[in-house]
Design a protein around this ligand. Sequence first.
Ligand code: NAP
Length: 488
Amino acid sequence: MSLAPHEQAVLDGVPKQLLIGGEWRDATGSGTFEVEDPATGKALCSIADASADDARAALDAAVAAQPGWAATPANERSEILHRAFLALGEQSDELALLMTLEMGKSVAESKGELAYAAEFFRWFSGEALRMDGYFKTTGNGASRVLVMKQPVGPCFFITPWNFPNAMGTRKIGPAIAAGCTMVVKPAQQTPLSMLALAKVLEECGLPPGVLNVITATRSGEVSAPIIADPRLRKLSFTGSTEVGKKLIAQAADQVLRVSMELGGNAPFLVFADADLNAAVEGAMLAKMRNMGEACTSANRFHVHETVAKEFAEKLAARMGALTVGRGTEEKTDVGPLIDAVQRDKVADLVQDAVNKGATCVTGGKKGDGEGYFYAPTVLVDVPDDARVLSEEIFGPVAPIATFSTDAEAIAAANNTEYGLVSYVFTKDLTRAFKVCEALETGMIGLNQGIVSNAGAPFGGVKQSGTGREGGNEGIAEYLETKYVAINV
Ligand code: NAP
C-alpha cells in the first residue's frame, strides 16, 4: 500500500540527518538505513546511520555546550520548555501521524502519547524554577553549611521504540530544566519521532549543542565510546532489562550516574469485593494501551476464584470487540505489533500456555495479510508454569489465573524478578492498604488501570530499574549536591 499524500507530506517534513552541535548532517561515510511501517512491512524512508565517530562528535558538541547552558538563566530554560510544551500541542496532528506510521499504534493513541510527552515539558518548565539549595548553622555553632544544586553535566539517553516521544521527553525535559546537555539515541525502529521532536525544540530556541541526536543501527558500537568517555556524567536508559544490565556494567567503569527504566511483568489483582465493571475498564487500559507494548502493561491477571469467570467473560467481550487494523484508519483500536519477532514471540507464549492447559476465550491468532498484527486474546485457566505469566508479553494478551486468599494473591504478584507496577482492584480500604504495602513494585494503580503522570515519580524496583522520572523526584536525577563548609 502506498502512502496517502498527507502521510507522505508528514514524512517529508522530518529531518533525516544527525543533529550534532546545531547542524543537521549526514553520517560519516554517508551511511543510511530504512525505517519500516509495521502495518505493511514496507520502508517509509531512509535516514542517517551514525558511526562511532559521529557518536564522539555528538558528545564533543554536548561537552562544548555544557558550560554555557549551565550558566543560562533558569527563566530561559523554563521558557524554552514551555514553548515546546505548547508546540507539541499545536503540531499534535502531524507528530501523531508520524508516530503511527513508524510505530503502528492508532493515531488516537499517538495523540495520547504526545499529550503525555508534552506534559513532561510543562512539568519541568516549572521545576527549572524550583532548584534551590539551603543554608544552615552547624549544631556546634562553629561553622555554616551552604548546600547548592548544580547540573550533573553531559548526559547520554538511550530510548525504546514503544513510546517514541514520551520516553524521550521524560529525560530531555529534566535535563533541559537542570542545565544539562545531552546526546540522544532513539531506537532504530522509531527514530523519526525523535528527529521531529529535536526540530521542535530547535524551533523553540534550544541553543545548538544542548540536544544532539544520533540515529543508528549499530547501537552497541555507537553507545560504547560515549559511555566510556570520561567527560560523560550520566547515562539514562529506557528499554529491556537485558540491555540495561549490559549498560550498567559499562557505566561502572566511569562510575557514571545511571537511571534505568527497564522491563516489567505487572500483576493485575482483582479481589472478590472489587467493582467488576471498574476492574474490566481498568484492565482494558492497563492491558490494551499501546497494544500491550508498554512496560506498564498488565502482564498477568490474578482474579479471586469466585469472580474469575465473570471477569473473564466481560474482559473477553470487550477485547474481542476491538477493531484491529492499520493505525492510520480512524476505526482502528489495535494496530500492528512492532515487528515479526515481537509478533511471533507473542504467538509462542500463547501456544505455550495452551499446550500446558490454558483455554483461549477470544483471539489467539496472527493476522493473515501483510503487517505484524495479533488479535486481542484472553486466556483462562492459565497454569503456574505457563511462560506467559513470568515473561514480559509485550502484546495484546491477557492471561487469567485464580487465587483464593489475599496471601496467595500477594505471593503470586511478587513472584517475579521485575518490580515496575501492579494494579489492585478492591473496595475494601484496609485490604487496599495491606496489599499496597506488601507489593514489591515502584508504582501501584489502585482501582485504576493507568499510573503514568508527569507529576508523579515513575520507576521500578528489583530488575525493573533504578531512578525515577517525573514528579518531585525527576529533576534530582540531573542535579549534583555540592556543600561548602564555611568558617565564620
Ligand atoms: P531494547 O531492545 O532494550 O532497546 C532499547 C534501546 O536500547 C534501543 O534504543 C536500542 O537500540 C538500544 N540498545 C540495544 N542494545 C544496545 C546496546 N548493546 N548498547 C546500547 N544500546 C542498545 O528495548 P526495546 O525492545 O526497544 O523496548 C522494550 C523494552 O523497554 C521492554 O522491556 C519494556 O518493558 C522496556 N520499557 C521500559 C520502560 C520503563 O519506563 N520502565 C518504558 C518503556 C519500555 P536499537 O533500536 O538499535 O536496538
